[in-house]
Ligand binder design. Structure first.
Ligand code: SAH
Length: 356
C-alpha cells in the first residue's frame, strides 16, 4: 500500500465511501503524497510525454497564432499571456521565444501562470527567467485585461465524477473499502438535474462523466475575454459529450488500475468539450472547434516550420525531428485524439486555425 492508500482507507473507514472526483483530487494534489507534488511526470523518463515536450514547434505555432489574434484585435498595449497547468514551462517558453519576432506583442505581454504544484512552480520559474511570471492558485485572480490563454493537458487532470445510468436515475461511482482495500462501489440511484440532458442520449447501464470544476474555469476565462478581448486555446484529448468510463491511470509509464497506486500514478480522464463550450457561451463568448490537433497545427504552418528546422539537422537528430512532427500531427498519433477548442469575443473572428 502506498502511504496515500493507507490514509485514504482510514478516511473511508471513518467517513464512508468517497466520490471518484474527491479520490482523484487527493491522488493528484495532496501536498505531501500527491502525484504532482512528488513525481516528475514529464519527459522521456516520466509517465507521459506532452506535446510541448515532444517538439518546440508546438509552442511556436500556438504563440504565433495568439500573436495574430492580438494583431487582429487592434494590438492592445497591455495584455495577459496566461497558461493553465504549465508543467515544466516548456510551452510558455517556446511561445515567448517565437513571439520575439513580433516586438510589439512581446512588449505588451505580462505572463501569468495558474499552477497548483509548488514543485512545478519552481521549475517554471527557472524556465521562464527574465519574464517575471505571476502565479495564481486559480483563474479567478487573473488580471482584468485582454487575455490570451493556453491550456494543454490541463483539463484532463481535473477530477471527474462518474455516473452509471439506472432505470431510477443515476448511481455515482464511489471509492469504498472491500477487505481493507480500496474498491469501487455505487451510490443508490437518484435523479440528477445536471445530467437531465443526458437522458435522451444514454440508456441504463451506460456511464457518463462530469468534471465539476471545468465550467467555472471556462466561465472566468470567457468573462475576461468578453470584457477585454483576447482568445483562449484549450487542447486536450477527449471529445464532444462524454461517454463511458475514461478514467485512466499511468504508473511508471504503463497503464494501471486507478485504485492500485494512489499518489504514485497519474490519473486523467478524457475532456468533454461540450460543457466547456457551453460555459464559455453562457458567459457571452464565442466558442470555435473542436478541431483536431493535427489539422490545427497544419493550418498554423507546422509543416513549413518543420521543413525549416530540418534544414539544420542531420542523422539521428533529423530522424527524431521528423518523428516528433509525425507524432504531433498524424491521425494514428496525437493528430486526432487531441482536439482544440477556441474561445473568442463574439464580435471577432475565431483565432487562426479555427476558421470554419
Ligand atoms: N501543460 C503542461 C503540463 C500538463 S500536466 C504540458 O503540456 O506539458 C497538468 C498540469 O496542470 C501540471 O502542471 C499540474 O501541476 C497542473 N494542475 C493540475 N491540476 C491543477 C489544478 N487544479 N490547478 C492548477 N494546476 C493544476
Amino acid at each position: 500500500m502506498t502511504p496515500l492508500a493507507a490514509r485514504l482507507a482510514a478516511r473511508i473507514a471513518a467517513d464512508g465511501p468517497m466520490r471518484g472526483a474527491d479520490y482523484m483530487a487527493v491522488c493528484l494534489l495532496d501536498p505531501e503524497h500527491g502525484y504532482y507534488a512528488t513525481r516528475e511526470p514529464f519527459g522521456q523518463a516520466g509517465d507521459f510525454v506532452t506535446a510541448p515536450e515532444i517538439s518546440q514547434m508546438f509552442g511556436e505555432v500556438l504563440g504565433l497564432a495568439l500573436a495574430q489574434a492580438w494583431a487582429e484585435q487592434g494590438a492592445p498595449a497591455r495584455v495577459v499571456l496566461a497558461e493553465l497547468g504549465p508543467g515544466r514551462g516548456t510551452l510558455m517558453a517556446d511561445m515567448l521565444r517565437a513571439v520575439r519576432a513580433l516586438p510589439a506583442f512581446a512588449a505588451a505581454i505580462e505572463v501569468h501562470l495558474v499552477e497548483a504544484s509548488a514543485r512545478l512552480r519552481a521549475q517554471q520559474a527557472d524556465r521562464l527567467q527574465g519574464h517575471a511570471p505571476t502565479w495564481h492558485d486559480s483563474v479567478d485572480s487573473l488580471p482584468e485585461a485582454p487575455l490570451f490563454l493556453v491550456a494543454n493537458e490541463f483539463f484532463d487532470a481535473l477530477p471527474v465524477r462518474q455516473f452509471l445510468r439506472h432505470p431510477n436515475g443515476w448511481c455515482e461511482r464511489m471509492v469504498g473499502l472491500q477487505g481493507g482495500r480500496l474498491a469501487w462501489g455505487l451510490s443508490p440511484p437518484a435523479p440528477l438535474q445536471a445530467l437531465d440532458h443526458r437522458l435522451a442520449d444514454t440508456v441504463p447501464g451506460e456511464v457518463v462523466e462530469l468534471c465539476p470544476a471545468a465550467p467555472g474555469i471556462l466561465q472566468a476565462v470567457a468573462e475576461r475575454i468578453v470584457r477585454h478581448g483576447g482568445a483562449a486555446l484549450v487542447i486536450d484529448y477527449g471529445g464532444w459529450r462524454s461517454r463511458g468510463d475514461t478514467l485512466q491511470a499511468l504508473h511508471r509509464g504503463a497503464p494501471d488500475d486507478p485504485l492500485a497506486h494512489p499518489g504514485e500514478a497519474d490519473l486523467t480522464a478524457h475532456v468533454d468539450f461540450e460543457p466547456l463550450a457551453s460555459a464559455a457561451r453562457a458567459a457571452g463568448a464565442a466558442a470555435a472547434g473542436p478541431v483536431g490537433q493535427g489539422l490545427l497545427l497544419r493550418r498554423l504552418g507546422i509543416d513549413a516550420r518543420a521543413a525549416r528546422l530540418a534544414q539544420s539537422l542531420t542523422g539521428a537528430a533529423l530522424e527524431a525531428h521528423r518523428a516528433a512532427h509525425r507524432r504531433l500531427t498524424e491521425p494514428g498519433e496525437m493528430g486526432t485524439l487531441f482536439q482544440a477548442l477556441a474561445i473568442h469575443p463574439p464580435a471577432q473572428a475565431p483565432p487562426p486555425g479555427f476558421d470554419p
